[in-house]
Each structure stands twice: as structure tokens, then as C-alpha cells.
Design a protein around this ligand. Structure first.
Ligand code: GUN
Length: 162
């Protein structure tokens, strides 16, 4: 039921919504932030293997899939909202290099809640986070994914289609 409505709040990971449903929902979860908190808890409590799969379900930022128009609707609007579709050729090349170096080091793509950030801030965070060790970066990515889901739930609550 919840997975039907919110299965895509976590990119290609409907099991997060299913876990929240199984955990038990009350009227207290009837706001975007409360539901986001419960769904986030499900992801925080998941095994490290499941967490890594949830991170891996994300497309590269300013990556080839984005350029080919192959992203989910949410991902497309988030990336465009941060101006990532307007990168110069040099900036695209910078993202391509960083995406490759990051994935080589951590085994999952760089995920950041891009709302409110422009591409310069995103590139700065990208370079900074490359210095982290793997456990720190996994936890950072999970926190960012939870933030992304909170923004998505808030958007749905205020959009007429909700
Ligand atoms: N942050 C917000 N949306 C996305 C996305 O689609 N991919 C990645 N890697 N980070 C994001």
C-alpha cells in the first residue's frame, strides 16, 4: 500500500517504503516530515549491504544517463534544478572524472541532496568528500539520500497530484 504510493521516494528502492509500512504507521506519520523520518529510520537500520544497494540505485550526477534523458522524473528535476544540465563541456568533464574516481574508491556513486546547491557547491562537496574513508562516506551518502527523500515527500505534499 505505502510502497504503491511512495515506492519511488527512494530511488529504485521500494523496500524502504515497504519496511515503513510493516513497521506500522499511525496518524503521527501523516505529515511529510514524520513519514520521511520513519522511512529514513528504516534505511539507517538496514544492513550495510542493503544501504550500499540503495546508494548504488542512484544515477551519476551530470552523467551519461542524465544527458541521454534516462533518469527518473525526480532525478531529472533535481539535477536540472541545480543547473547540472547547463554544465560547460569542462564542467561535464570534471563530473565525469570525479564520478569515476569516486566510484573506484567507494564502490557506489556520489549522492548529494542538491536542492539549494549550484554546480560549483556540488563540485566543491564532491572533492571534499573524496577524502573520506568508506564507512564515513557510506553514512554520509545515506544521510543525503534521507534528505533527498524528505524533499521529495515535501514536494508531493504541496503538489496538486498528491
Ligand atoms: N541528488 C539528488 N538527486 C540525485 C541523483 O539523481 N543522483 C545523485 N547521484 N545524487 C542526487
Amino acid at each position: 500500500m505505502l510502497a504503491l504510493h511512495y515506492g519511488d521516494v527512494y530511488e529504485h528502492s521500494p523496500w524502504v517504503a515497504e519496511a515503513a509500512w510493516r513497521h506500522g504507521l499511525t496518524e503521527a506519520h501523516d505529515t511529510p516530515d514524520a513519514l520521511a523520518e520513519l522511512m529514513g529510520l528504516m534505511l539507517q537500520q538496514a544492513s550495510s549491504e542493503q544501504q550500499i544497494k540503495a546508494i548504488q540505485a542512484h544515477p551519476d550526477l551530470a552523467g551519461k544517463a542524465a544527458m541521454a534523458g534516462e533518469l527518473t522524473q525526480d532525478s531529472t528535476s533535481e539535477q536540472a534544478g541545480a543547473g547540472l544540465d547547463q554544465c560547460s563541456p569542462e564542467e561535464f568533464a570534471r563530473f565525469e572524472t570525479l564520478n569515476a574516481v569516486y566510484k573506484e574508491k567507494f564502490g557506489f556513486p556520489f549522492v548529494i541532496a542538491v536542492k539549494g546547491l549550484d554546480r560549483h557547491a556540488i563540485l566543491a562537496a564532491f572533492e571534499e568528500r573524496l577524502n573520506n574513508d568508506k564507512p564515513t562516506e557510506r553514512q554520509t551518502a545515506i544521510e543525503q539520500i534521507i534528505r533527498i527523500a524528505r524533499f521529495r515527500l515535501r514536494d508531493r505534499a504541496t503538489s496538486p497530484a498528491f
